[in-house]
Write a protein of this length. Sequence first.
Length: 454
Amino acid sequence: MTKRTYIIAAGVVLALLVLYFFLRGGTNGQTADIMAVAKKGEFKVEVETSGELEAKNSVKILGPQALRNFQIWQVTIQNIVNEGTVVKKGDWVATLDRSEFQKKYTDKQIELEKANSKFVQTQLDTTLIMRQSRDELINLKYAAEEKKIILDQSQFEPPATIKQAEIALDKANRAYEQAIENYKIKKNQNVEKMREVSAELRKVQGDLNNMTSVLQSFEVKAPEDGMVIYEKGWDGRPIKAGSQIQMWDPKVASLPDLTRMVSKTYVNEVDVRKVKKGQHVEIGLDAYPEKKLKGSVVSVANVGEQRPNSDAKVFEVMVDIEGTDATLRPSMTTSNKIIASVKDKVVFIPLECLQTEYDSITYVFKKDGASIEKQEVIVGETNSNDATILGGITEGDKIFLSVPPGQEGKASKLLPELNGKRKKKDEQGKPAEPTAMLKSKNTTAELNTKKPGQ
């Protein structure tokens, strides 16, 4: 029985030891899972955004540009070639709705007929008037010659008769001369009338000729060889059949130069201060996850804008893609990682390790041997995952990723280099005592220092 008892006791002790080490190993594993080690090395400040590929250079395919001259401000696309179609110069691209313009064209044709009729009628009227004036001149000339003959035959008549013949001849000559002047005036009048109706006719005819050429432009043709890419409207949606184009910007589609591409992206107003022209960019493609491209920032918008379906203000950033890739196509979605800055040999930890108290003190929970220390830290630059630490911890320190149980109300270990700044800030923020109160304090002090009887 004694031997059996020893065996049972030894088995129980062994089982307890196995359970102890098992539980201890589980605890250590759990601790390792919720802790991180402060690392030292290269640290990248990155701004990650999504963008869209565009051709750096492209030829615009335009609709009729002269419609504003005819008080037409927008036109509907009836039909358009499929996006991505490769076309040759002169190939059909789109057909625009010409119904509104056709009505104006018909009205202009009627106006031309009226102007032509007016021109012919004025021409006939002036011809008739000038013919009558010429006949009148001939008759007046004959009348003057007749009066002269009468005067010549009255040489042997009484003086009174001769005088009457002279007066009659003088009247006939004057009438003839006045008729000549009137004829010149009527001729000038009729010339101006013909010039007026002729100019009106030419204007209407010119308008109709222009409208005829504009009418032909409702069949949109490709100005160059290339791949058709739809333009985007004011709402960011591609222009397609049924969409309307505005006459102040009559773009229907474009023929991009696929050898030079850019990624158009938007950065929020919080991160835009980090982005500068010339910074390197790592670019990925959603369509080809295995492809990794390189680029650089070529422009950053100075004025923010509000994108559709978003309340945040963003700034447009254009990224130039290095090299040429035949697989790149406009409107492909890109993931852009803008390298804002690179720091060498700096200490950094995950962002989850950082905690903040109500008085804006940033701290971490650091493993110090068997104890846990609540340590204040100085935070430098951050990226989407980590933060650099300028003071408070060093390389290799073990930091908790979350608040350890029972450590919530623990006092922080403050950094000496920050205490002076805090005291100075408190002194600057402390309100000065009023002058009246200072005088009252000084008077009380003087009374206390006086001896009795003074």
